[in-house]
Design a protein around this ligand. Sequence first.
Ligand code: SAM
Ligand code: SF4
Length: 336
Amino acid sequence: MHPPLPALIDPFARPITYLRVSVTDRCDFRCVYCMAEHMQFLPKADLLTLEELDRLCTAFIGLGVRKLRITGGEPLVRRGIMGFFRNVARHLGQGLDELTLTTNGSQLARHAAELAEIGVRRVNVSLDTLDPDKFAAITRWGRLPQVLDGVRAATAAGLRVKINAVALKGVNDAELFDLVRWCGDEGHDLTFIEVMPMGEMGEENRLDQYWPLSDLRAQLAERFTLIDLAERTGGPARYVKLAETGQKIGFITPLTHNFCESCNRVRVTCTGELFMCLGQEDNADLRAPLRASPDDAALEQTIRAAIARKPKGHDFDYSRQKVDGQMTRHMSHTGG
Ligand code: SAM
Ligand code: SF4
C-alpha cells in the first residue's frame, strides 16, 4: 500500500525517503571521537517515549519514507526497544521497504535472532579495530570479544552485517589490510568513515586523528585493483569492489560535498528534533506537536515545513588546518 499523501520533496527537488532516528543518547561505550568519558545525558522526560517514536516513524512513513535506520547513542540499550522494533516492523511491505539499525554490537548476541525474526535484514556494526587493547582504548568501556560474539550471532541469525570503521590516524591505519581480510573472510561489507567534527571532546584533537580516506584508498590501491561501483545510496558513501576478492568497500567522506546533491535523508534526535542536514544547526521541534495533540495533523505540518527549508549542503571543512563548520552537538545526539 503506497501512502496516499504526496512524498516529501525538498527545495532542491530531492525526495526525502530515508529517515534516521536516534532512540537514545545513552550508550554503554564511550568512544573517544563520540563522547566524553563523563557525559551529561539528557533528562528522561526530554526523550521521546517509545510510543511517541512509533507515532513519529509512522507519520514519516505516511509521508513517503521508505527506509528507516534506528540509531543512537546505542539503540539496543534502550529499555523496551525490541517492542518498538516489533511495532515499527508492521510497516514493512506497507510503505516501508527496509528497517535497519546501527549498533556498537555489544547487545547483538542477545537480540540478533529476534531482530531477524521481526524482519530486519541488515545491521551496521561499528568496529574500528580487531586489536582488543586498541578496541578498549577507543571505546573506553567496550570489550572486543563481546562485539565479536554479537557479530557472529547476527550472521548466524541470517542478518547481513556491514562493518563501519572510523579511519583514525595512528590508531587503525596499521590495520587496514587486517580489517579488509577479516571482513572478506567473514563475508561482511566494510565501510570506512572519516572522523567528523561533532561535539566538543576536550582532550581529543580531531586534526591529529584525521586520516583522509583519499590516503586510505591509495593504500588499498597499492595491493588491490579498485573498481568504482556506480551504486549510490543518496548518502555520503561511495563504493569500490576489490577485483581480487570481490569484496565491497565503502568510503564515507562527509567532509566533501560530492554527496549533498543526492541527499535523500533527514535525522530525528531522541528528543524529537528533526535535523534536515547532519552538518547544519537548523532543526524543527517535533516533540511539541507530538505532545500537543494525539492527532498527527500538526506533526505532519511541522515535518513538511521543515523539509521545505532543507539546506543544500553542509559546511564541514578541514582544509584550512582548522575545523570549520564544527558542530556543537555530539554524534550520539544526532544519531550517526
Ligand atoms: N552506538 C551505535 C554505533 O556506534 O554504531 C550507533 C550510534 S554511533 C553515533 C553511529 C556511528 O557514528 C558509529 O559508526 C560511530 O563510529 C560514528 N561516529 C561517532 N562519532 C563520530 C565522529 N566524530 N566522526 C565520524 N564518525 C563518528
Ligand atoms: Fe556509543 Fe556509538 Fe558513540 Fe561509540 S560511537 S560512544 S558506541 S554512540
